[in-house]
Design a protein around this ligand. Structure first.
Ligand SMILES: *Cc1c(COP(=O)(O)O)cnc(C)c1O
Length: 378
């Protein structure tokens, strides 16, 4: 008999989504625009306190449009956190620009301000000032935005804040996604809330968001016929997907609370074990704890590695995953410049994401804990 699957992070509907979707069908708004798209954008603004939002087909599309809005072109350089999902960096290459990868610091696992400054100064000394900086709030933990912003302002470089994993996270009550010139959200199926697939670009700069909407709908000039004076994209969110999102927005804070509870329980049951450590929140930081992660130091676990734990979980049909493999270690990106100090390499080597869904049951949680404890007691 196969054991029931325990997922890393699966969609968690609340029930209200279907009422909104039914309304989209009843009113025949089955299009990449409509009242739920407008409503979802308002919900996002209310939640994040951003002044403007454009709902898009994906977080990746939001990063791509952000780069275009900041005039990133072929031959330009863009600084990107190395320790992230490839979607943070791919759109830089779509533009024909060069990604410059920067390592993380150990406290939040996100962009290291010291390495960032080094990278900027070195690129400038080599003749090119980077056009943008992309920090990421990995696993929901806010990056050191105040330090990163200070450096960005000093050099006059705009920030695209990749908050795809950080919706609901904040620093001193200010929402992640609202620190940079442009913020990126994702509603992919595995994220804290989902529209089955989707994303958004948020900004206090209304011009940016109006331009993003224009580019996302094939850059149609205002004319009775189809008239184009720029290259456009088909990146808008469907009214049906936005309907799902409107239902999900009614429970977003509950989802954050549930994920934070997952983390608390893992921390409670596993942090006493030799060689297992958890990442904590710096003062004033609030993580949505999108994924609960552990670091496994084999020097203190009798040689048990994160891979041993992953395989033991897999045997129980429990999905877990190593932390993101840094971009500067990826075959497709390794020829690009990198500024770092071995922090993300070590995190990749020792880190594991545990099942973290807001719909994880107590019994599932206990089984994960028991399996991890079992292998570590060998
Ligand atoms: C998911 C994710 C994205 C991309 O979002 P999509 O909606 O899947 O395109 C970008 N950056 C990070 C860090 C992500 O986790």
């Amino acid at each position: 008999m196969t054991k029931p699957k325990i997922w890393l992070s699966s969609p968690h509907m609340c029930g209200k989504e279907f009422e909104y979707v039914k309304d989209a069908f009843d009113t025949n708004w089955i299009a990449p625009l409509g009242p739920h798209v407008d409503g979802f954008e308002k919900d996002l603004c209310n939640f994040t306190q951003s002044e403007n939002a454009a709902a898009l087909s994906a977080g990746t599309a939001a990063i791509h449009l952000a780069l275009i809005l900041l005039d990133v072109k072929a031959g330009d350089e863009v600084i990107c956190q190395s320790f992230t999902f490839s979607a943070s960096a791919n759109p830089i290459v779509y533009q024909g620009a060069t990604p410059i990868f920067v390592d993380s610091e150990e406290e939040t696992w996100n962009m290291c301000p010291i390495q960032l400054r080094k990278a900027i100064e070195d690129r400038i000394s080599k003749g090119k000032k980077p056009k943008a900086i992309i920090p990421v709030h990995l696993y929901g933990m806010p990056a050191k935005m105040n330090e990163i912003l200070a450096i960005a302002n000093e050099f006059g470089i705009p920030i695209i804040e990749d908050a795809a994993e950080g919706l609901g996270s904040k620093i001193n009550e200010k929402a992640c996604g609202t620190f940079g010139n442009l913020g990126v959200l994702s509603f992919n199926g595995n994220k804290i809330i989902t529209t089955s697939g989707g994303g958004a670009l948020i900004s206090n700069n209304e011009e940016y968001i109006n331009k993003a909407r224009f580019l996302a709908t094939q850059a149609r000039d205002s004319a009775p016929h189809y008239q184009h004076s720029q290259i456009g994209y088909n990146y808008r969110m469907s009214n049906v997907c936005a309907a799902i999102g409107r239902g999900q927005m009614t429970v977003l804070q509950d989802r954050v609370n549930q994920r934070r509870m997952n983390f608390e329980l893992y921390n409670q049951h596993l942090s006493g074990i030799s060689g297992i450590t958890f990442i904590s929140e710096p003062a004033g930081y609030y993580s949505n704890r999108w994924l609960s992660t552990i670091l496994v130091n084999p020097l203190h676990t009798n040689g048990i590695t994160r891979e041993d734990i992953r395989i033991a979980l897999e045997k129980e049909n429990i999905e877990s995953r190593p932390l993101w493999k840094p971009m500067h270690m990826q075959p497709i990106f390794k020829q690009y410049p990198y500024y770092g100090n071995n922090v993300s390499e070590k995190l990749f080597e020792q880190g594991l994401c545990l099942p973290s869904g807001s719909n994880l049951t107590k019994a599932e949680h206990q089984l994960v804990v028991k399996t991890v404890k079992n292998i570590l007691s060998k």
